[in-house]
Design a protein around this ligand. Structure first.
Ligand SMILES: Cc1cc2nc3c(=O)[nH]c(=O)nc-3n(C[C@H](O)[C@H](O)[C@H](O)COP(=O)(O)OP(=O)(O)OC[C@H]3O[C@@H](n4cnc5c(N)ncnc54)[C@H](O)[C@@H]3O)c2cc1C
Length: 399
């Protein structure tokens, strides 16, 4: 049976549902298709089950894209306050955890329920558990449909087709590269994709050097490609995780080095000098354990310092060299952790192919790309959902 909808959205995640809501409010008849059995799968697992749904400080500088200007228009037109207002209207309780990050007090399910409820209000229809088999561009003049979508549950035509099927991260909950396949089918360029916000695997040599530290966490400043984040770093069995490391992994490309200030709150050289001048006779590793977790302090001393020695036996010059290492511990990761853990996929549909106002493909009238499938990737902290809402709303205003 052939069914016509004015708008078909492939992907019932955050971006797709926001687009459906905005389009539905304009009176457009919308069908959302998804191969998953339930909607908003990623929202449900986000923010540790509490969905960090936006960041009050979200702006274009919090995103990585080949064209840093692309996201400006959409982000300016649908802001964190707009989404927060919607959350308030639905009586969802939320709080700021840190650094502008807004989380549900109770459950991410509330955000999914809210979006579903708003979709239902505007009669947007969901068709789940549906495999998309083919997309065809029809001759389509202004009076006739522009696309045919063949699915496992029948064929559909539509005037506007929105691709909102996300990136490659977390395949086990339905991520697929389908959006990129559609982009290629229509001759749109792709920016190389990589798992991001997933942390680092250490080189074999560093993995041996830091073996046995899994579970050790410390406050640090981490810098990669000129961008610095100040948050926690956590040693894992294979490498480094924790918010600071996840952020750095977004900016990392193979071969780049990563620099860590392990004592960001202290001028550590001056701190040791004061102790030395005061006649402190402790072992350096014991002193360092006052500012770093003791297992890590010991390991740094083993690796980069001729320990164990009491402070009076250590020359200022030696101390200076050691402190320089603590302030700029530098390593080259083997890789990032990969799509099984990545919060996002960096890269995607080249923004030069899309209108920054509407998300429509310049070469293919009626075809839109929104959300994570586009080469706009946010930092950790609610920025990726804000992009999903903003890009979804931008397309929803015109489809
Ligand atoms: C563990 C985890 C935690 C996260 N936490 C946060 C957070 O707290 N805050 C934040 O801002 N961001 C977070 N993110 C990132 C955020 O979830 C994504 O950036 C956002 O969901 C992207 O929205 P989207 O609508 O573009 O894509 P998605 O949410 O991925 O939705 C895509 C939809 O398309 C469907 N689909 C895919 N392929 C096909 C196909 N071939 N056919 C039909 N349907 C298809 C999928 O089933 C899915 O429903 C997190 C991500 C992960 C993995």
């Amino acid at each position: 049976m052939l069914k016509h909808s004015e708008v078909i959205i492939i992907g019932a995640g955050g971006a797709g549902m926001m687009c459906a809501i905005q389009a539905g409010r304009r009176g457009r008849q919308v069908l959302l298709l998804d191969h998953a059995k339930k909607i908003g799968g990623k929202i449900l697992i986000s923010g540790g089950g509490r969905c960090n749904f936006t960041n009050t400080g979200a702006g274009p500088n919090n995103y990585v894209s080949q064209n840093p200007h692309f996201a400006k228009s959409a982000l300016a037109r649908y802001t964190p306050s707009d989404f927060i207002e919607l959350v308030r209207e639905h009586g969802i309780r939320f709080h700021e955890k840190k650094l502008g990050q807004q989380f549900c007090d109770f459950s991410a399910q509330e955000i999914v329920n809210m979006l579903q409820n708003e979709c239902e209000k505007v009669n947007a229809e969901f068709q789940l558990h549906t495999e998309i088999r083919a997309i065809e561009k029809l001759a389509g003049d202004s009076e006739s449909p522009r696309f045919r979508v063949k699915t496992s549950l029948g064929e559909h035509t539509c005037d506007s087709l929105v691709i909102a099927c996300g990136g490659l991260s977390i395949p086990k909950i339905g991520a697929s590269g389908f959006g990129y396949v559609v982009a290629k089918q229509f001759g749109l360029k792709l920016i190389d994709r990589a798992a991001a916000l997933d942390g680092f695997i250490l080189s074999d040599q560093d993995a041996r050097r830091f073996d046995g530290l899994a579970g050790v966490a410390f406050d640090a400043k981490i810098t990669c490609n000129g961008i610095t984040f100040h948050e926690a770093i956590l040693f894992t069995h294979a490498g480094l995780s924790g918010p600071a490391t996840l952020q750095a992994s977004l900016h990392w490309h193979t071969g780049d080095n990563v620099v860590v200030d392990t004592t960001p709150h202290t001028d550590i050289f001056d701190w040791f000098l004061q102790k030395k001048k005061a006649g402190n006779k402790s072992l350096v590793k014991n002193l360092l354990s006052e500012v770093l977790p003791s297992r890590l302090a010991e390991r740094f001393c083993e690796l980069y310092f001729n320990d164990p020695r009491p402070l009076p036996d250590v020359s200022e010059k030696e101390l200076k060299v050691f402190c320089e290492t603590l302030k700029a511990w530098t390593f080259i990761p083997k890789d990032t952790v990969g799509y099984s853990k990545a919060e996002v996929t960096r890269g995607g549909v080249d923004t030069n192919e899309l209108s920054s106002k509407t998300m429509e493909a310049k070469k293919v009238p009626g075809l839109y790309f929104i959300g994570e499938v586009v080469d706009v990737t946010g930092w950790l902290g609610g920025y990726n959902f804000q992009w999903a809402w903003a890009s979804g709303a931008a397309a929803g205003e015109v489809v």
